[in-house]
Design a protein around this ligand. Structure first.
Ligand code: C2E
Ligand code: MG
Ligand code: MG
Ligand code: MG
Length: 281
């Protein structure tokens, strides 16, 4: 618990501007050996169809089991890995592992289901990314239609043409791209217009107070309506209560994800948890 508190304190400093703390330096250093010493684990969180509650896919979410500090959340170390460039080997590992696990997780599903993998914009914009995706699919045997890549608007740093073309080429392979955390950061409506994404993930910042904040509710409703007119699928993240679930069903959201349905969990837990799902390893 002491460590946990220490970490929270550190996170507070990190949000406090440019200053690099000693903690940050240490963690960055530790990142270099973490991949080799197999300290990373992928957790999976189901994404369900709003109306039926049926599992239609999973999102892979990385966890770092640090030998001294315990579990560190990606919100802390992904930005560090992006600063050091470690995100490239790390992101490659996530992609390969998620594809491998997906062949087990999705194999016995009756309905079409997908594995969603978060892709850092650094990884996405790097030459050779498409080939990396092709390789991960070939090595695992996962069908391209079962893979989904979640990107944020920061892929646009190299221009909308570059990003659109890559999304288009991925689509030619059969791999679909979703726009994550929509509504936060600098995301603007023009991205929905310009990027050939097939899915929009509404950030949970809009969901958590949807019943008490009419402005958030209006934004959510607007995005759903707009996305549907553009034939995009809408996912709401961060569903924690039955009220939020009901609200999002009423608003016509297609897919839901959140602690109300299930927390992210390691593969072994999930394969044991869902009846009719794949056999435990
Ligand atoms: P994200 O892609 O938007 O992922 C959703 C986050 O919301 C996850 O946090 C998930 O655990 C959390 N979440 C899901 N349902 C609920 C809920 O009902 N309530 C609340 N409060 N939270 C919920 P997590 O796992 O800590 O990941 C944080 C972020 O780190 C992700 O946000 C993503 O941007 C990044 N990330 C995670 N794994 C990877 C990865 O493998 N590669 C890259 N590049 N980024 C990753
Ligand atoms: Mg995501
Ligand atoms: Mg998100
Ligand atoms: Mg997020």
């Amino acid at each position: 618990i002491a460590k946990r508190q220490g970490r929270n304190t550190w996170q507070w400093y990190r949000g406090n501007g440019q200053q690099v703390t000693a903690e940050e330096v240490l963690l960055r250093h530790d990142l270099y050996t973490a991949l080799r010493s197999e300290q990373f684990v992928l957790y999976y969180q189901p994404i369900v169809e709003a109306n039926s509650g049926r599992v239609r896919g999973y999102e892979a979410l990385i966890r770092w089991y640090h030998p001294e500090r315990g579990m560190i959340s990606p919100g802390v170390f992904i930005p560090l890995a992006e600063q050091t460039g470690q995100i490239i080997p790390l992101g490659g590992w996530v992609l390969r592992r998620a594809c491998q696990d997906a062949t087990r997780l999705l194999a016995e599903s009756d309905e079409p289901a997908t594995m969603a993998v978060n892709i850092s914009s650094l990884q996405f914009r790097r030459p050779g990314f498409l080939e990396e995706v092709e390789r991960a699919l070939a090595e695992s045997g996962l069908a391209p239609e079962q893979l989904e890549l979640e990107v944020t608007e920061s892929i646009l740093l190299e221009g909308v043409e570059h990003a659109s073309e890559l999304i288009h080429r991925l689509g030619t392979l059969g791999v679909r791209v979703a726009l994550d955390d929509f509504g936060t950061g600098f995301s603007s409506l023009s991205y929905l217009r310009d990027l050939p994404v097939y899915k929009v993930k509404l950030d949970r910042a809009f969901i958590h107070d949807i019943e008490s904040n009419p402005r958030n509710a209006a934004i959510v409703q607007g995005v759903i309506t707009m996305a549907h007119h553009m034939e995009m699928v809408v996912v709401a993240e961060g569903i924690e209560t039955r009220e939020q679930q009901q609200d999002m069903i009423r608003r016509g959201c297609d897919l839901l994800q959140g602690f109300y349905f299930a927390r992210p969990a390691p593969l072994i837990d999930i394969t044991g948890r869902f009846p009719g799902g794949p056999k435990p390893l």
